[in-house]
Design a protein around this ligand. Structure first.
Ligand code: AMP
Ligand code: ZN
Ligand code: FE
Ligand code: FE
Length: 274
């Protein structure tokens, strides 16, 4: 029974609305699905309702963007309590910072001669947590790049004219906020970080899992992170990081884990049988 535990919707920079994402996951044979939008819970209620309708097991999630010594580190939080508290406050701050960053990115792009407008980026982002992917789509629309990937390469990656660093948040702080919210913290795509040095510190902060299965992990990395999970007593998770059909990363259900992983996550969150 395949579980895809890493997906994005229009609540952040995915292209499918939450209910549509659940329907596509169902059609792809996924039986347990987590929605893990960047810095927001906004898509969870709609996805949960559609999952109930279709008989999928739904796992509420979130993906927090953090930095450790210049490296981008993403922390997944599963089964977090919505509502107030430090995590909700942090997510609100992160979304506000995302928008300030977009304003700065657009201003730099305009100075560099790329005709993108804040209004257009806002329209593309809709209610979702705004990100560089939305700017990239505006750049493609304006004819400045042939694809979203090219827009990143030409304008939005470090060293490019539209690159603006994000608000700094340490991953250990993100892990602590997830734990405080009753959730399970999992290190996303460790193979993309560029080193494993941060992991012990995150485990000390309450990290309970590590995303071993991931589209960009080669078989050696999957093996190495499964072994690491075993050694450190962490739950090995996985998912496609689906952002939309034909977008970068994986197709829905292309990377999955057996659904007993969902039970282990629920247990770690103290939510078994809830
Ligand atoms: P942000 O959170 O605004 O910094 O944007 C990060 C998001 O942009 C990632 O989650 C991906 O969805 C997307 N992204 C990052 N790098 C690339 C790339 N090289 N090509 C296409 N999309 C990318
Ligand atoms: Zn994304
Ligand atoms: Fe990520
Ligand atoms: Fe992701």
């Amino acid at each position: 029974m395949p579980a895809d535990l890493h997906t994005h919707t229009t609540a952040s920079d995915g292209t499918l609305a939450p209910a549509a994402l659940v329907r596509c996951a169902h059609a792809a044979g996924v039986t347990s699905l987590a929605v893990t939008d960047h810095d927001t819970f906004a898509g969870l209620a709609e996805a949960d309702a559609e999952a109930r309708r279709l008989g999928l097991t739904f796992v509420p999630g979130v993906e927090l963007s953090t930095d450790a010594t210049g490296r981008e580190v993403h922390v997944l939080g599963y089964f977090c309590r919505a509502g107030g508290g430090p995590l909700a406050e942090l997510l609100g701050e992160m979304r506000a910072a995302r928008w300030r960053r977009i304003e700065e990115i657009v201003s730099r792009l305009r100075s560099a001669g790329a005709p993108v407008s804040l209004e257009r980026v806002a329209a593309i982002a809709g209610d979702g947590a705004a990100g560089r992917a939305h700017v990239a789509r505006a750049l493609v629309e304006a004819g400045c790049a042939g694809s979203v990937s090219e827009a990143f390469e030409l304008y939005l990656l470090p060293g490019r004219p539209g690159y603006v660093p994000r608000r700094k948040l340490h991953p250990a702080e993100a892990v602590r906020c997830v734990v405080e919210a009753g959730g399970v913290a999992v290190l996303a795509h460790p193979g993309l970080i560029g080193g494993d040095e941060i992991i012990p510190e995150l485990v000390a902060a309450g990290l309970r899992g590590i995303e071993a299965y991931y589209p960009a992990h080669d078989p050696g990395q999957v093996e190495a992170y499964l072994a690491l999970a075993d050694r450190l007593g962490l739950i090995a998770t996985g998912g496609s990081d689906f952002h939309g059909a034909g977008e970068r990363w994986g197709d829905l259900g292309s990377v999955t884990v057996p659904d007993d992983v969902v039970g282990r996550l629920a247990e770690a969150a103290g939510r078994k049988g809830e």
